[in-house]
Design a protein around this ligand. Structure first.
Ligand SMILES: Nc1ncnc2c1ncn2[C@@H]1O[C@H](COP(=O)(O)OP(=O)(O)O)[C@@H](O)[C@H]1O
Ligand SMILES: [Mg+2]
Length: 140
């Protein structure tokens, strides 16, 4: 497990970029952490490092946004997903192995995460803009 501290949204994007460099194209990245922790900012940096320059925003209403860069990226928001039926209807299982999945609110689909998922937990630090990242399942 690696622990990193971010002091700004910019630094959080850079953590996303750093992890993007370790990816091969079919990873599942499970993000844990509440509203405003920087899950979308992290995903923006990750996507940018894979050649996606804009359009990364919270897929709150769509449930999943797709971006195409060096790899296909499927960006999920599981906030409203409360059952296996809900999860099936997001297309989650069809996307697995066909691209990189980045999942906001992974708390809600914990039981469906593959064993080799990269797990990232974000918590608030001491100051307003501080975020503590705990990263498991990838070397950085
Ligand atoms: N260290 C930080 N990392 C990420 N976002 C931060 C940080 N400090 C402050 N922020 C602010 O917190 C918010 C994070 O938003 P967002 O990435 O949409 O979070 P989430 O997707 O987890 O709800 C933004 O308004 C951002 O400017
Ligand atoms: Mg978000």
């Amino acid at each position: 497990m690696v622990k990193l501290i971010s002091h700004s949204a910019d630094e959080t994007e850079k953590i996303g970029e750093k992890i993007a460099k370790q990816l091969h194209g079919t990873e599942v990245i499970a993000l844990f952490g509440g509203l405003g922790m920087g899950k979308t900012a992290f995903t923006r940096g990750l996507a940018r490092a894979l050649g996606v320059d804009d359009g990364v925003s919270s897929p709150t209403f769509a449930l999943v946004n797709e971006y195409s860069g060096k790899y296909n990226i499927y960006h999920f928001d599981m906030y409203r997903v409360n059952s296996w039926d809900d999860l099936y209807s997001t297309g989650f299982f069809d996307y697995i192995d066909n691209g990189i999945l980045v999942i906001e609110w992974s708390e809600n689909i914990e039981g469906a995460l593959p064993e080799n998922a990269i797990r990232i937990t974000i918590e608030k630090g001491e100051s307003n803009d501080e975020r503590i990242f705990e990263i498991e399942g990838v070397e950085i």
